[in-house]
Design a protein around this ligand. Structure first.
Ligand code: BES
Ligand code: MN
Ligand code: MN
Length: 462
């Protein structure tokens, strides 16, 4: 392909300005106070797709936030790439830990990013990565090098479970027909170690509520004589792992895919420094399931983690009280073949069964999704691999990620096509955390790599 680097270089300031404008809009899908902003973001994405060269762009309403759909069909006999991304972001809290306001993007140099990184909520997840695709399209249309058809589907509810997108996909199979799905919403190993994500974990997310006495009680007058819901909840949660850090829910591991020795040996070849990992997190030891390495624990093994726990008095000073209720939010990351609805049911049955007398337990399922693995011998993977080789000068390493994009397995089920996860983020980008950022190197490199994928995918499809 002609002139990608030159084009990106010529337009890099504008590419950055446009991303900054997008990052200024607080499109927090979880918080209804930001409804206007989320809706406004969809409008902006629509305009940007039109400007980048889509022939037809529409805002598709759903029961929740809309999906922006755009397409450029040049020849129905050529392959079609469907790009998926999301314009919604996670809530930015805790705000006091941000060094600059989350929706006032700033460019700062860091040790890892001497050329600068953009700091804002959504910088990497996923506005920055999604927008690389819009700019890649601009490059291909403006230089007459778009080799195939392209469709865009950018949603506004990824961070809250994509339930309306699932309905949209089921109802619009013809419209969304494609030969490959392309997503940049994951990461790579390091700036100089390109990798392609070949797996995502599934998810089951639940909330639990433990109720003891009918009201908050004086902890002196009643303490020791009634079940304290917070004590009970803590004990129940602690019992969900055994001394080897295996999850104790009966049936939890039944369907778990076990990797062969060879597959594990292959995985272990990916560059990784445990010392650097510990140092980056300021921890003196890692912690996890016995018998597995750190990289296995966070990708091919299922997990159970408390994401939030509350109850009782948490204000300033002390209050002597036994709360009537205690709560926790719990996520379980799942691996291929574990069915998220089945796991949710197993959790519910088990959690209710371990409740002692004197409390009532309620388990409320939130959302979830299946895990995903994509083969490395597909045309899509080969095309991505060649694209990275051209732009990074190295063959990318296939790597399974621990994160989840639950809708991906539904894409395969409904649209019958494989997803290629070309992520350009880094673990250090702090997605979902304060001071989320995205390296300018990664942003521009992504824009340069994507058009090469289109080129090779079209060539290999012939
Ligand atoms: N982009 C992330 C998922 C991700 C990040 C996968 C990095 C691999 C590497 C996505 O936006 C996300 O945060 N997903 C949620 C699940 C969703 C149902 C809220 C997650 O993984 O917690
Ligand atoms: Mn994301
Ligand atoms: Mn996310």
């Amino acid at each position: 392909m002609k002139n990608i680097s030159t084009y990106v270089n010529q337009h890099k300031d504008r590419f950055l300005e446009e991303l900054i404008d997008l990052l200024k809009i607080p499109s927090i899908s979880a918080d209804s106070a930001y409804k206007k902003d989320v809706l406004h973001t969809a409008e902006v994405v629509k305009t940007r797709l039109e400007e980048a060269g889509c022939d037809h762009v529409e805002i598709c309403e759903t029961a929740g936030y809309p999906i922006v759909y755009g397409e450029k069909i040049i020849d129905k006999d050529l392959p079609t790439v469907l790009v998926y991304g999301h314009y919604d972001v996670q809530p930015p809290d805790p705000l006091n830990l941000w060094n600059s306001p989350p929706f006032e993007p700033v460019i700062k140099k860091t040790e890892l990013h001497p050329e600068g990184a953009i700091f804002a909520r959504g910088a990497c997840d996923d506005k920055g990565q999604m927008y690389m695709h819009v700019k890649a399209l601009e490059f291909m249309t403006k230089t007459n090098q778009l080799p195939c058809n392209v469709k865009f589907m950018i949603e506004g509810e990824e961070e809250v479970g994509s339930s309306n997108l699932a309905i949209f996909v089921k109802e619009n199979q013809e419209k969304l027909k494609n030969d490959v799905i392309l997503i940049s919403d994951t990461g790579m190993i390091a700036k100089d170690v390109p990798s392609i994500t070949t797996g995502l974990r599934g998810l089951s997310y639940v909330e639990v509520e433990v109720t003891g006495p009918n009201r908050d009680l004086h902890s002196g007058l009643y303490g020791g004589a009634v079940a304290n819901p917070i004590n009970v909840l803590a004990k129940m949660i602690a019992s969900l792992h055994d001394e080897n850090n295996h999850i104790t829910i009966p049936g939890f591991y039944d369907k778990v895919e076990e990797l062969s020795k060879e597959e594990r040996a292959e995985m272990a070849k990916a560059p990784f420094s445990l010392e650097a990992y510990k140092k980056s997190l300021d921890i003196d030891a890692v912690y996890g399931e016995a018998g597995y390495t750190t990289n296995e624990r966070n990708s091919i093994r299922p997990t159970l983690d408390v994401n939030g726990i509350w109850g009782g008095y948490t204000g300033e000073g002390a209050k002597t009280v036994i709360a009537s209720k205690a709560y926790a939010k719990i996520s379980m990351r799942l691996v291929p073949h574990q069915d998220w609805e089945n796991i949710t049911q197993l959790f519910k049955t088990h959690f209710e069964s371990i409740a002692p007398k004197g409390v009532k337990v309620e388990v409320k399922p939130h959302h979830g999704g299946q895990g995903y693995v994509t083969p490395i011998d597909s045309i899509g993977y080969q095309a991505a691999s060649k694209a990275y080789f051209d732009s990074f000068g190295k063959t990318p390493i296939p790597q399974r990620s621990g994160g989840s994009i639950p809708i991906v397995s539904l894409f395969e089920q409904e649209l019958k096509s494989k997803t290629i996860l070309m992520g350009f983020g880094l673990d250090s980008d702090a997605i979902h955390s304060p001071n989320e950022h995205y390296g300018l190197f990664n942003y521009y490199k992504g824009i340069e790599t994507i058009p090469l994928f289109y080129k090779y995918f079209t060539e290999l499809s012939e």
